[in-house]
Design a protein around this ligand. Structure first.
Ligand SMILES: [Zn+2]
Length: 91
């Protein structure tokens, strides 16, 4: 079988990975699908993209993915995005 090589924004995985943690810390936050996607989109627009070349289906460990240097930036972007969505939810 031919290997499928894909281009992927690594920040996207980081954002989805940490989104639930950020939502869990705010009991007032809406956790519906529209708000979750809005928060992820806003956060990703604030973060610099980090494109990587990957093999489709390959498994990457969470630890390798969530390097400390990105973690703080992703948390800050998600927190700011959550505030923005809370003020003006689209659901
Ligand atoms: Zn909502």
């Amino acid at each position: 079988m031919a290997r499928q090589i894909v281009l992927k924004n690594y920040m996207e995985d980081c954002v989805w990975e940490l989104l639930d943690n950020v939502l869990a810390q705010d009991p007032e936050a809406c956790k519906c699908d529209v708000c979750r996607h809005d928060i992820a989109a806003l956060a990703l627009n604030r973060l610099p993209p980090r494109y990587v070349v990957r093999e489709e289906g390959a498994v990457y460990t969470k630890l390798a993915m969530l390097e400390a240097q990105y973690r703080a930036d992703v948390y800050a972007a998600l927190t700011a995005a959550l505030m923005q969505v809370k003020e003006n939810p689209r659901h």
